[in-house]
Unconditional design. Structure first.
Length: 452
């Protein structure tokens, strides 16, 4: 956590919560899924027990039956619920409509100088997120910004509803694990090393136990402005609202660890936004984006590393990802050609290793699969394990180059198949390549023996 504010802390006299939600499916998702996340014991109850709260719902269908569901009705026991007709706030696209609703809520909050919690109708939260938000408010934070990771709505909803009979009390690590496993195609376009179309507002690097991110435009979960005069978001609340609120830098807080607060935006797997850069990611592309769309506040956000963790560790892989992201930041935000060269060199080496892994994996899997047609059960297990083995090797051994990949193949086969473990012991004096040749030799002998 960032250093605490060293001044007497003032707390907001009131909390305004706001959610724009319209359309039958969007309302269903909010009432039946999102509310079960908000109502988890260390989420919204942690706020409503301490502050007087008014929850403004902007919708085009107040009579929708889902607003009378048991999950939604439980909100009435926590907060003062008020409905508002979207009416004249409806715009040409959904993001403009959401922005208009949020601006109207900011205007209402200004009358009471309230703190504002912005809640998208399709975002769920790990249990404990709002309890931590409450602690940050106690430390004098007037703005808390979070990374908005997008995942497959159908997959996440099905898993959570099967796992939990009532409220979604899932903690951060398993929720991160679910989100990464079911990453939405739009979020995949933020991956720097993936290839293909790229969206530059967030940049991701994969880590064995999570995801590392940097972002220039971040979602404000909570805002208590100092300057209310004419305060609106001209583009969106994650673009320019916070920068107009008159806050000192020490009063702003970016959540850099998912174990504090973690949210997942649920989107239909078929929902798609065309990438801003279909040709893919590059230093040149990011420099152009930064020059055109990022002011000093955005660069300040971009300098922060955000970690989405599936386990609470500081594995060497995190350090490696942090180093690459640091090179990236220096190359992009500070125009360091030296860092750009190093980063591109690393990417080139990684590309060669990935190609070697892919080639080796395809060749060995094909050979094992063809032999396994007439092979004994142990050999079949080798073939069936192939896909998983090489997926593990791709992440676990690629940093060490080709020798590490070869050694990794033997290690992973040895761990998974007893037959290979015996063969490895027989040929280990011949080195890694000898062991691999020995495995192939013994497989062929067993196939020939079985055929005869």
């Amino acid at each position: 956590m960032n250093d605490a504010v060293r001044v007497p802390v003032a707390l907001p006299p009131h909390i305004t919560l706001v959610t724009p939600v319209w359309g039958a499916e969007y309302i269903r998702l909010f009432c039946d899924v999102v509310c079960r996340s908000l109502l988890a014991p260390d989420n919204l109850p942690a706020i409503s027990q301490r502050f007087c709260c008014t929850y403004h719902i902007y919708t085009d269908d107040e009579a929708n039956s889902h607003f009378h569901s048991s999950s939604f009705n439980r909100l009435r026991d926590l907060v003062d619920l008020r409905f508002h007709d979207l009416g004249s706030l409806t715009a040409d696209n959904k993001y403009s409509t959401m922005g208009a609703a949020y601006n109207d809520a900011v205007n209402r909050a200004s009358e009471r100088q309230s703190g504002i919690i912005f809640l998208n109708a399709d975002m769920i939260y790990s249990n404990g997120s709002f309890a931590h938000l409450s602690r940050l408010i106690d430390l004098g934070r007037r703005c808390i910004e979070i990374e908005g990771f997008r995942a497959d709505k159908q997959a996440i909803e099905n898993i959570l509803t099967d796992r939990y009979e009532d409220l979604f009390t899932i903690s951060s690590a398993p929720l991160v694990r679910l989100a990464l496993k079911h990453i939405h195609p739009i979020s995949a376009c933020h991956l720097w090393e993936k290839g293909g179309g790229f969206m530059p507002f967030h940049t991701y690097w994969t880590v064995r136990t999570g995801l590392l991110a940097r972002a220039s435009h971040i979602y404000p979960l909570y805002l208590w402005p100092r300057s209310w005069n004419g305060l609106i978001a001209e583009k969106s609340i994650d673009w320019d609202l916070v920068d107009r609120a008159g806050l000192a830098e020490i009063e702003k807080y970016i959540v850099q660890d998912s174990q504090e607060i973690f949210s997942v935006e649920l989107s239909d797997v078929n929902y798609w936004i065309p990438p801003a850069y279909p040709q893919g990611a590059s230093i040149g592309v990011m420099r152009s984006f930064v020059a055109e769309h990022c002011g000093p506040e955005n660069l300040q956000r971009l300098s922060r590393v955000i970690r989405l963790r599936t386990v609470p560790d500081d594995h060497l892989a995190w350090k490696w990802a942090e180093f690459k992201s640091w090179l990236w930041y220096k190359a992009v935000a500070e125009n360091s050609d030296t860092c750009a060269l190093v980063l591109n060199t690393i990417a080139l080496k990684s590309s060669h290793v990935r190609k070697a892994i892919s080639w080796a994996g395809q060749s060995i899997r094909a050979e094992l699969a063809s032999m396994a047609v007439r092979a004994s059960a142990p050999i079949k297990r080798v073939a069936e394990s192939g896909r998983e083995i090489f997926r593990v090797i791709a992440y676990k051994y690629r940093i060490g180059g080709i020798p590490a990949v070869r050694k990794g193949i033997v290690n992973q086969l040895t761990l998974r198949v007893p037959f290979v473990r015996i063969v490895s012991g027989k040929y280990q004096r011949e080195g890694t390549i000898g062991v691999m040749r020995g495995i192939g030799r013994q497989v062929r002998l067993r196939v020939q023996k079985r055929s005869n």
